[in-house]
Design a protein around this ligand. Sequence first.
Ligand code: ATP
Length: 869
Amino acid sequence: MWLNMISQEVLKELNVDPNTGLSELEAKSRLEKYGENKLTSQKKKSIWQLFLSQINDVMIYILLGAAIISTFMHEYSDAVVILLVILINALIGVVQESKAEKSLEALKKLSTPKAIVKRDGIIKEIPSEEVVVGDIIILDAGRYLPADLRLIESANLKIDESAFTGESVPAEKDSNITISNENVPIGDMFNMAFMSTLVTYGRGTGVVVNTGMKTEIGKIADLLSKEEDNTTPLQRRLASLGKFLGFGAVGICVLIFIISMFQGRDWFEMLLTAISLAVAAIPEGLPAIVAIVLAMGVQRMIKQNSIVKKLPAVETLGSVNIICSDKTGTLTLNIMTIKKCCINNNLISIDDCKLDDDDTKLLFEGMILCNDATSKNGTKTGDPTEIALLDAGIKYDLYKEDLISNHSRIDEIPFDSDRKLMTTVNKYDSHFKVFTKGAIDNLLKISTKILLNGKIIDFTQERKDEILNFSNLMSDEALRVLGLSYKDIQDESISINALEKDLIFVGLMGMIDPPRQEVKPSIALCKQAGITPIMITGDHKNTAFAIASELGIANNINQCMTGAEIDTYSDNEFNDLVSNYKVFARVSPENKVKIVKAFKSHGNIVSMTGDGVNDAPSLKAADIGVAMGITGTDVAKGAADMILTDDNFTTIVAAVEEGRNIYTNIRKSIIFLLSCNLGEIVTLFIAILFNLAPPLLPIHILWVNLITDSFPALSLGVDPKDSSVMKYPPRDPKESLFAEHMGLFLGINGILIGGVTLAAFLLGERLYPGSLVHAQTLAFVVLSFSQLFFSLSMRNRERTLFNIGVFKNKYLLSSILLGICIQLLIIIIPFLANVFNVFILSARDWGLVICISLLPFIFNELFKVIKYR
Ligand code: ATP
């Protein structure tokens, strides 16, 4: 058992040198030998299964029944067309579903955690699936473990193992412990760490001992098959709408059938007509279209740097009216440069520091030693705040490698955004030095002395106020300020709790982090779109306000509140106040949750960004949790609904715009489909009601339904982005699909399509008295053409087609062209004409048909011109 061996033995057994890790070559061969490090998930459906699931539908059974009846009645052409309709429908369904599934899978891959490994002596990030037994893994707070590990090094390492132990307090780990007993529960395996558990604190290194299904989590397979419900609210609403419409359509069809029986019509023909109408009228294509439009939208968003992890988020995005954003890295570049330095009560430019002064040297030395970043020959790793400190040292030939080799680190308390401090203990010749760096307000609380011109004196309130004053001067210039305190200790075994106490204050450093250029216009766009941008930051109030006012987020310091002030209000008091504030500074992760809840209490739809270990609760509390892709921890990414691959505020705004567009497009497809279906019902219902001959044959109805339900509706779903969506306030998420008179619009257009089809039929009866086939052919072509042309009007409700660009949606134009061509072929090719029972139309007929078919389109375009000009 790995836990019973000392770490050196484990490393020997696994044949790996902890200083270099495995070689890439060896890792590759192990990967081939033992397979990928993943838990085998549920099997994917094969194409054949997908096809079968398309056919397994009540509508299809009804159609199959109709085909069988047709065969018995020797109406073979009807039977063939019905079967063809079933086949094409199923094929389109398979293509759509597998495409949607593929995009979702690609998405899943993008958001799976990565692992930091050491290979060939180089530390790098690789997909967790490529981790092999023997890999040396670096652990840091916020990261999920990629495999089961035997720890070989640990510094205050704590791991949340609640998935195994149910214990909510993270387990403390220690690589130096060797456990003698073999049968210890997981909770007591102090020197081991397990796949899918989470590092919540500290640092560590481990060697992989098990991967994939051999890991502890792999053994509990059913933990993994928990699939989340990934249907969106719209999809759920559509499912119930579909049912409602289905019953309605079936009701009308039964009615048509009963009326026609009273009229003494041919029962078989009317039965087929009623069945075809029911099949055509039920919008069975809707779910597939919505799924694929969502999936394709999500694909587009990836290209714009946002990974949507949960489909419902796409819809919610369109309704967001408050975007709470971190400052550092999201609104700013997160490229820090030290500008000023405060030492011995002097505020000076970083270029004017004198390193021969001992106090100044101590300030630099402490900032460099109490630091986890690296910066060497232009290659930098770690937190930009810390890199800036190293770079300031490099200016004066102070290098971290040299300092650390003389003053090795023997203990540390890592930085966290609650304390806003970091502490290390470093070895000096005859003693140890504790360095604590961090937020000035917190540092002042634990510093009792100050180093002034080489002397250590009492840090009186007056002196603290002086220092605060210097700090504020820097903050007002938008500088992020970090302070340093230290103390000398003799005994290295001093308890952790005693480290951050009774410190001696040394000085301050102020660094600039310029705002991102592209953010200012994005903030303006947000405001225009009825969205309020809110800045939330761990930084100082003045620094935050300086940047917020530059970006246009706030214009008065009274719009800024600090975390300490938030703490003084009860939840209810804070809810009442929250709308007056635009900037929250020096906040803790708990404050973030309170802020989200307060905004939500007013019915706002809130998006919140986060990156740290403690940000998960606020990301979950928000309607849209947004994690940072670059600086974000696995926890934040796990809790989020969306990940920004570029950590940029502008990307959130672009995602909101995309979300609004996707919703608008889905709505276009739905309204289009329903208008067309209504058109078909209107045609037949009126004809039967007025005791006319049937204007359409069952196969005509099925065919038109096939042509319009598929490609044109789908093409509307991918209509190009309409930037005017950002001119309106956000949509109320509870708003009905038929809001904004959409129901009326649908009704009018259904009646229009039905009306022109009937008109064509009646005209045909006039022009060719006694030839029902002629009149039916005209109605058939008009029904399909009018729907195809009408789809062009659906692209925008307010702007005419010529206004938004005729050729902008190439898919729609191609679908229309395809529809027209197929229709032409059916009429021109004698064999097909025979099957569909249609007549070859003359040039005059074509002219007539096209003019009549254009009427709904022209009506809609004229209406837009009159109403919206
Ligand atoms: P946000 O990203 O939320 O805008 P932030 O990055 O400014 O906020 P934190 O990273 O929590 O927030 O930092 C808050 C404060 O903690 C900083 O203003 C700084 O004073 C201090 N701080 C930041 N990083 C470190 C560090 N590595 N070591 C010590 N102190 C730090």
